[in-house]
Write a protein that binds this ligand. Structure first.
Ligand code: UDP
Ligand code: MG
Length: 326
């Protein structure tokens, strides 16, 4: 039995969703790396509503190794909220956030720790290369980071995911931010402090399939953009001005043609129908974007807790069988 350090120096936060084949390998690799370091550590596995055997594995491992803790969310709240829950419950002087699928190699943790010990309060791991990711995802990621950078005036590194180390001071600052649509990697940069980067080669997923299909990544990118920038609202305003100017020019053209070349006037409803459809479409898109911001205000104004914990001990709570009295 490995005993528990009272105040671990380092907390490793691992959010997971159905990763039963990856967790044992990840655990072995983290321990192999950190056992040879002087820092004491804990590993917080955050179960984001898994339906496979992974929570049971964590629970079992935690009984043999007190450095392991299981946080079970009451349902799937999403990766960003799972990270938040892990950080809320971490006790370490430094917190490392990493994925459960071994795409973030535990072998990079010593580099993160060294940089932290040199006085950096946020150390992000930047991808030198990305293995095993679909071209659509790479394209989406590359475009997103470029657009985000050009819009948002925070110094977020290109091509850094959530794999990073944050100092206790930064964790405490992040704990004060309770917005629902969270883009954690943006927030860790937004809070400031001394930041540094460490490069690594991103591995392919060890086993299983991605829990972030392209549409979910696109939703995260949209969350990132809208929670840090009002630029999409400026785009729609500009779009509106452009369409209005085009409409004005066309009106002038019609008047001019009627006065000067009345014989050239084209009759017909097809062009009109097309114009109405185009302008109607643009208006709906604009309304949609404005609506997205309004719905975010609505959701934030409800001030609901970000997540609920089903258990935070080391035992797995089983689902109540159907038909059981509440
Ligand atoms: N994950 C999670 N909740 C979700 C989706 C994903 O906790 O709703 C976890 C997942 O188990 C993994 C990490 O978030 O540890 C990153 O997900 P994944 O590897 O599927 O994303 P990708 O690397 O393909 O972008
Ligand atoms: Mg992954």
């Amino acid at each position: 039995m490995v005993t528990h350090p009272i105040e671990p120096q380092v907390s490793i936060v691992v959010p997971f969703l159905n990763e039963e084949t990856n967790l044992p390998v990840l655990y072995e690799r983290i321990c192999a790396i950190l056992n040879s370091r002087p820092e004491s550590f804990e590993i917080i596995f955050v179960d984001d509503g898994s339906s496979d055997g992974s929570p049971a594995w964590v629970s079992q491992t935690a009984t043999a190794d007190a450095r392991v803790r299981l946080l079970q969310l009451s349902r799937n709240f999403g990766h960003q909220i799972a990270i938040t829950a892990g950080m809320d419950h971490a006790r370490g002087a430094a917190v490392v956030i990493m994925d459960a699928d071994l795409q973030d190699p535990p072998e990079v943790i010593p580099d993160l720790l060294d940089s932290w010990q040199q006085g950096h309060e946020v150390v992000y791991a930047v991808r030198r290369s990305r293995a095993g990711e679909s071209w659509s995802k790479r394209f989406l990621a590359a475009s997103f980071y470029k657009v985000f950078h050009s819009l948002v005036k925070i110094d977020m590194p290109l091509d850094a995911g959530d794999f990073r180390l944050v100092d206790r001071q930064v964790v405490d600052a992040l704990k004060e931010i309770r917005e629902l649509h969270r883009f954690v990697r943006g927030l860790t940069c937004w809070v400031g402090y001394r930041q540094a980067a460490v490069e690594y080669d991103r591995a392919a997923r060890h086993a299983g399939s991605t829990k972030y299909p392209v549409w979910k990544s696109a939703a995260l990118a949209w969350d990132g953009m809208t929670s840090f920038s009002g630029a999409p609202l400026r785009w729609v305003t500009l779009g509106g001005v452009l369409v209005a100017v085009l409409g004005g020019l066309q009106t002038l053209n019609i008047i001019w043609t009627r006065l000067v070349h009345p014989d050239r006037l084209v009759q017909g409803w097809a062009t009109l129908a097309a114009l109405i459809l185009i302008i109607g479409g643009i208006q709906l898109i604009c309304l949609g974007i404005v609506g997205q911001y309004v719905s975010r205000i609505f959701e934030e104004s409800k001030k609901r807790p970000l997540y609920f914990l089903r258990s935070q001990g080391n035992t797995v709570t089983r689902d109540r069988p159907k038909g059981d009295p509440v």
